[in-house]
Design a protein around this ligand. Structure first.
Ligand SMILES: C[S@@+](CC[C@H](N)C(=O)[O-])C[C@H]1O[C@@H](n2cnc3c(N)ncnc32)[C@H](O)[C@@H]1O
Length: 280
């Protein structure tokens, strides 16, 4: 992966700990800043999405296996928890939009939980990720229940108020303009519709945060290098986790976008969090 980085940035070596400079590594607050942040590097706003797309084109083929290795399988439990919190109804015509849906994990779970009654749309900006998702849907016999749409979360190609639920899992931190994505999420939801976001978050347990740092900054880029030959993409994924707003700040961004009854649940000591909100 070749990054177009603005001059005030440093490239870190594969597997190196994060650089100590606070501005580079500090978390973004509730007022935005992910637009120019590509991991710990500051990039031109116009380049952020292109760089993110390069990462996911590179990792798409090994994305699912790497998810299991990097999280020790925990991502499956967190995704199950998101689906359980949403509790899809077993009602024909119920529709969920899974944004940044990639290889389809959330959509497939939603269809199963709705007893095959619901319909899911997987939207992603990256055609390579969607290709893997389509092949998986066919292999699972779900091709007629899931649509795949290549588009940007910041500008959804759907009419107002057409989905019952909107989900986004490990996607929002990759979107440059989070406020735009949240506003679009609210627009396409029906009144009474539900927004749920699963994302890596801020660990709130003293020992766990040290272990997690060692694993993230030392092990993951090395494993990424071994399995995909691309340490840089995995370094981005780890760094972007550390830049993403804390639980309370992301909840404030959701409230600012107009969501009601905003709430969140920590998963595994805050390694990940699920945020929930309603369009009323
Ligand atoms: C870490 S993957 C998550 C995939 C899937 N949701 C999961 O949980 O396994 C992040 C996804 O976000 C997508 N993405 C990044 N920027 C996006 C944007 N602006 N609009 C839509 N999707 C985007 C990437 O292409 C990638 O597929």
């Amino acid at each position: 992966m070749k990054a177009v980085i603005m001059q005030d940035n440093k490239q870190t070596k594969a597997g190196a700990p994060p650089p100590g400079e606070k501005a580079e590594t500090a978390r973004i607050g509730a007022h935005g800043g992910m637009e120019q942040s590509f991991g710990f590097q500051k990039v031109a706003e116009a380049d952020k999405q292109k760089l993110v797309n390069t990462v996911f084109h590179s990792v798409a083929g090994k994305y699912d296996i790497m998810n299991d290795i990097m999280s020790g399988g925990l991502h499956r439990l967190w995704k199950n928890a998101l689906v359980a919190w949403l509790a899809p109804p077993r009602r024909p015509g119920w529709r969920v939009l899974d944004v940044a849906g990639g290889t389809g994990d959330i959509a497939f779970r939603m269809i199963r939980a709705s007893g095959g009654q619901g319909r899911a749309t997987v939207l992603d900006i990256n055609g390579s990720m969607l290709q893997v998702g389509k092949a998986r849907a066919a292999a699972k016999g779900l091709a007629d229940k899931v649509d795949f749409v290549e588009a940007n979360a910041e500008k959804l190609p759907f009419a107002d108020a057409c989905f019952d639920a909107y989900t986004i899992a490990f996607g929002i931190r990759n979107v440059p303009h989070i406020a735009a994505a949240l506003s679009e999420a609210r627009r396409v939801l029906k009144p009474g519709g539900r927004f749920l976001c699963l994302e890596f978050s801020a660990v709130d347990m003293p020992l766990l945060d040290k272990i997690y740092d060692l694993w993230s900054f030392h092990a993951i880029p090395r494993i990424g290098q071994m399995i995909t030959g691309d340490a840089a993409s995995y370094r981005y994924l780890v760094e972007s986790i550390r830049k993403f707003p804390r639980q309370q700040d992301f909840a404030a961004m959701m409230a600012a976008a107009g969501f009601a009854h905003v709430d969140y649940r920590n998963m595994t000591g805050g390694i990940a969090a699920i945020h929930s909100g309603w369009k009323i």
